[in-house]
Design a protein around this ligand. Structure first.
Ligand SMILES: Nc1nc2c(ncn2[C@@H]2O[C@H](COP(=O)(O)OP(=O)(O)OP(=O)(O)O)[C@@H](O)[C@H]2O)c(=O)[nH]1
Ligand SMILES: [Mg+2]
Length: 379
């Protein structure tokens, strides 16, 4: 059965690929794009909207807005059709391209204006450090625009994380790994809202309230707590669980977080090992400047599981990551300034050389296709 209380809207190529992964896991997912090829490559989304005016925008995010200005009702009625019944609306897009990046803040503003009572979660995908200057500039523009929209939750995914974690694998695999990992996190969290527990359940209202929090979001998921502790050479105690959380956040697909404020948090613990449960308490938030205003807990005792998930919302903007991109852009600007003026004129010393065998070309009368055809016709 399709999950309809959480709807995922994918914008542009990258964003729609993420929406496709959500749909594969049972969420209602839809895609919006200028490119029919990109839309054609999706397998699981429930509906697609091709926008008119162009077939892809070649990283020009400004024209996404200009082109949509003639057809805004197409966009709003598509959004209304799919988001009306949802409680949480997730909007995925890459910030570096043209279509998704250009449409993103418009779509998010339309949605939060149309549904002030719903949780709107933006998932912007930040380009990695080696990407084009245009991609990096587009990213900075999107984050400036996002910071002017009130009341939304922003979970920034960072392609640089996957690139640094898996140095030897190609671009497509990096994208797939990242997309799957985002959808897996949300699916795992959502799935717990259907499970009951004597020790405290994380229910659907908790899920919704968690994402209604304004600010930035990150998710740390530990499939096997014992394995991670061993890997980090840590024994089981509350202080080390805090270190574990920090290490897992560092390795996640999400952009590096800031520790200067936190709004809400969810802690899901699923293990039969009571020691693990007893060693996780609110001291895991000691690294933050304040304690969360609300913590939603879900404690489950499924056999053979040793699972921990911590979701943080209401964090500060990912300043460190955005400043890093500013520094790269500054360096590239200096490189451009020091470049000699691009020379496009070419003059060869030999362009008018006449070879001995060169006979002047005799001007021939142009033949019609019928004449050529006649030459080959059987007489
Ligand atoms: N994680 C992830 N990143 C992607 C994926 N596809 C593209 N990207 C990133 O997105 C950027 C390119 O944006 P796209 O989403 O392809 O662009 P678009 O929104 O379709 O816009 P145009 O094609 O320029 O009109 C690149 O900088 C990549 O960093 C994907 O499937 N997963
Ligand atoms: Mg595209």
């Amino acid at each position: 059965m399709t999950i309809t209380d959480v709807v995922v809207v994918g914008l542009g190529g990258g964003g729609s690929n993420v929406a496709d992964e959500f749909s594969k896991r049972g969420f209602l997912g839809v895609a919006i794009n200028y490119s029919s090829q990109d839309l054609g490559s999706l397998t699981y989304v429930h509906d697609k909207q091709k926008l008119l005016g162009s077939d892809g925008l070649g990283h020009d995010r400004q024209s996404a807005i200009e082109l949509i200005s003639e057809h805004t009702d197409v966009l709003t009625s598509f959004l209304h059709k799919h988001c009306e019944r949802a409680e949480v609306i997730i909007v995925c897009f890459s910030t570096g391209g043209g279509s998704g990046s250009g449409l993103s803040t418009l779509v998010i503003s339309i949605l939060s204006n149309m549904y002030p009572e719903k949780a709107v979660v933006a998932i912007p995908i930040i380009p990695h450090n080696e990407e084009s200057t245009t991609a990096l500039i587009n990213n900075q523009q999107v984050f400036e625009e996002l910071s002017n929209i009130e009341g939304i939750c922003i979970a920034p995914v960072d392609n640089q994380k996957a690139k640094s974690n898996c140095l030897s694998i190609g671009k497509t695999k990096i994208y797939n790994l990242t997309n799957q990992s985002i959808a897996d996190h949300f699916y795992a969290l959502y799935s717990y809202t259907n499970e009951s527990s004597k020790s405290g359940s994380f229910d659907k209202k908790d899920f919704i309230n968690l994402f209604k929090q304004e600010g930035y979001c990150s998710i740390a998921e530990v499939i096997d707590v014992a394995y991670w502790l061993e890997k980090e050479k840590l024994s089981l105690n509350p202080n080390n669980m805090k270190k574990l959380l920090r290490a897992v956040l560092n390795e996640s697909m999400f952009a590096p977080i800031e520790y200067d404020s936190i709004g809400k948090a969810a802690i899901i613990i699923d293990t039969e090992d009571e020691d693990v449960i007893d060693n996780i308490d609110n001291s895991i938030f000691d690294d933050f400047a304040n304690r969360p205003i609300d913590v939603f807990e879900g404690i489950y005792n499924n056999e053979q599981s040793n699972f921990l998930m911590v979701v943080l919302t209401g964090l500060s903007m990912c300043q460190t990551r955005l400043s890093e991109i500013d520094a790269i852009l500054e360096k590239r600007q200096k490189e451009l300034e020091n470049l000699p003026r691009t020379n496009t004129a070419f003059k060869s010393k030999f362009s008018s050389l006449s070879l001995p065998s060169n006979k002047p070309v005799q001007k021939k009368e142009k033949m019609s296709t019928q004449d050529i055809l006649n030459m080959y016709r059987k007489r």
